[in-house]
Ligand binder design. Structure first.
Ligand code: FEO
Ligand code: CA
Ligand code: CA
Ligand code: CA
Length: 600
């Protein structure tokens, strides 16, 4: 350890320098390899990937595009299952000659539908190392593709609601597909929770919905004046349900947290309506002091909110039948934050107030509990389907794009990545979102009252205000800013066994590649941010996940080569295959050459 100050953070690696290489670069002493790429086989009968002869039927059996959330379920010591989200597609990188969805061959649009969703793949350890590789032989009984066309069920208080019915589903209980699955979480009963984030971009015909619905579409970022928004993938050319003028309520069936059982490939994924509907970044679980399940969730939009769900009943280890209904009954809360410094000291520059900290207190405001709405003028089902509108009415605090959120298993605090918000004006700054035109984002730490995830009040502070450490608007937990790595646009968070915070970034506004960073939270090393890896040119860093044995860290390298103007005939990245190859979004694993713990 480099600490030597009493706190055993276990972090000793030398940081990777910021760069613009078309490579996955890891800290000295570590090595990395690719686990699974776009197009690799998921189902045993998947055809070999052929970039220039891709078909929808092949894609539906192969690893999808733009891998995001990654989670890992061990199957003994040397085998495991990976669940991976496929957030969205970059058609301009997937197909030669792509112009728009309006004119694309229908087969390409069908490939797009099949490249969304998620994958479950079996992986195996290489030797005794921290390296893992895709299992490509044998039965692979758990392997599964979930796409934008997979049949799913609704459950919870809004299932069967009149707001969820369509011509194809008059009971409002069955929906096909999941879209824009960004971050996620797992449950104590070993299922996956995957968040539907920017699902608003997949629909056309917003101008043709009934008048009464337009205010809701607008609140969720859907044009009510344009028939075909520019850049739309035109899924409606393959499936009419994506045309809101014809099927105005189909859109209400997206924007949920979806639960998937990775151990039963025949199971029906379930959209859990009790968790509300917004641009779900993630859903991570923990237990309250009395054993109920708390789920923390971000709504990734500028000036959107942070939410928490707390189940009515307790989690009972081993009682699967009981546990599997826990996310259907409980209370959905939204967060409000107040600062403890005078407003005049929060001037938008990022300068710390006189008490030396951006900090304060907060409250979880209940929105809905089962069939009971706490929001005047809205029914419980309306609160769940139009959650943003409900949160507006109770005066929740508008945040700088809440991304991933997760409870630290060591200190019990909850950490939120607030990725950026360049639209925040001087009149709109507050102590929890203290910078105008926030380009680089910040990390929020929430300490629930009595460290109980079931609490309805909390304290908070900002341990990290991101950017170039030479920029006076940044704050690195009080650590010496000449000794930290620059960091911009935090997106996903995870923890190692010592409770250090690991942060991956998306959209580095400092002009270099994105990456993965480690930051101790306790003792004199708090704020000592170090970059552990960088991802290839044009990519964002997702996942990340450190395995329970601490020997491996998985990262999803999403959209390598995604820059304006890039095409298959003019690619800006050749990662991971190199040479003249097309870029392929892939999950990679990094490990220490001598088998030391990640971060050593
Ligand atoms: Fe899909 Fe909010 O990142
Ligand atoms: Ca303060
Ligand atoms: Ca994200
Ligand atoms: Ca992101």
């Amino acid at each position: 350890s480099s600490s030597g100050h009493g706190y055993r953070d276990g972090l000793g690696f030398t940081p990777v320098a910021p760069n613009s290489a078309d490579a996955l670069t890891v800290a000295a002493g570590y090595v990395s390899s690719v686990v699974v790429r776009w197009g690799d086989p998921v189902l045993p009968d998947a055809p070999t990937f052929d970039f220039d002869r891709q078909t929808a039927a092949a894609q539906a059996k192969q690893f999808g595009y733009n891998c995001d959330f990654v989670t890992f379920f061990p199957l003994g010591r040397d085998r495991g299952l990976l669940w991976v989200n496929h957030e969205y597609t970059d058609e301009n990188l997937m197909f030669r000659g792509w112009t728009t969805g309006d004119t694309a061959p229908l087969e390409q649009i069908k490939i797009g539908l099949a490249a969304h969703g998620g994958s479950i793949v079996e992986v195996e350890r290489v030797g005794h190392s921290g390296q893992w590789k895709l299992v490509t032989r044998g039965r692979r009984r758990y392997n599964r593709r979930i796409t934008a066309q997979t049949r799913m069920a609704f459950s919870g208080p809004a299932a069967g609601s009149a707001l969820l019915t369509t011509a194809a589903d008059r009971r409002g209980t069955t929906v096909y597909g999941t879209l824009n699955n960004c971050a996620g979480g797992t449950t104590p009963w070993q299922t996956v929770l995957t968040g539907e984030e920017n699902w608003n971009q997949y629909f056309v015909g917003g101008n043709g919905v009934p008048e009464a619905q337009k205010t809701y579409l607008t609140r969720y970022g859907i044009s009510t004046t344009t028939a075909i928004p520019s850049g739309n993938r035109r899924f409606d050319r393959v499936e009419e349900r994506f045309d809101l003028a014809k099927h105005p309520q189909e859109i209400n069936r997206f924007g949920w947290i979806v639960e998937v059982d990775p151990f039963d490939p025949d199971s029906t994924p379930v959209k859990r309506t009790a968790l509300g509907r917004f641009a779900h970044e993630a859903a991570t679980t923990t237990l309250t002091r009395d054993g109920r399940v708390a789920v923390y969730m971000g709504d990734d939009g500028r000036f959107e909110y942070i939410y928490k769900f707390v189940s009515k009943d307790r989690y009972i280890p081993g009682f699967d039948r009981h546990n599997r209904d826990l996310l259907d009954e409980g209370t959905l809360y939204v967060a409000t934050f107040t600062g403890d410094s005078p407003a005049a000291e929060i001037d938008g520059s990022g300068t710390l107030p006189k008490d030396g900290a951006f900090d304060g207190a907060g409250t979880w405001i209940p929105l809905v509990s089962g069939d009971k709405s706490f929001v005047p003028g809205m029914t419980a089902q309306e609160v769940l389907v139009y959650t943003r509108v409900a949160a507006d009415k109770v005066g929740a605090t508008k945040m700088d794009r809440p991304e991933d959120i997760e409870r630290n298993p060591v200190n019990g605090a909850v950490y939120v990545a607030l990725t950026n918000n360049t639209n925040r004006t001087a009149a709109q700054v507050d102590e929890v979102n203290p910078r105008t035109a926030n380009r680089h984002g910040h990390i929020l730490e929430i300490v629930e009252r009595k460290n109980d995830a079931g609490a309805t009040s909390f304290g908070w502070s900002l341990p990290l205000v991101c950017g170039d450490p030479a920029d006076p608007s940044t704050y690195f937990g009080g650590y010496d800013k000449t000794k930290v790595s620059p960091i911009s646009c935090p997106d996903n968070v995870t923890f190692d066994a010592q409770g250090n915070l690991w942060i991956s970034t998306d959209g580095n506004a400092l002009g270099k590649n994105d990456g993965l960073f480690a930051m101790p939270l306790a003792g004199s090393e708090r704020g000592h941010v170090r970059q552990f890896l960088t991802v290839p040119f044009g990519a964002e860093t997702c996942g990340p996940l450190i395995t329970g044995d601490q020997l491996s860290v998985f990262v999803a390298v999403q959209h390598p080569g995604e820059i304006t103007g890039a095409t298959p005939d003019n690619p800006s990245s050749h990662w991971p295959d190199g040479g003249a190859a097309q870029p392929r979004p892939s999950v990679a694993v990094a490990w220490h050459k001598q088998g030391k713990k990640i971060g050593s």
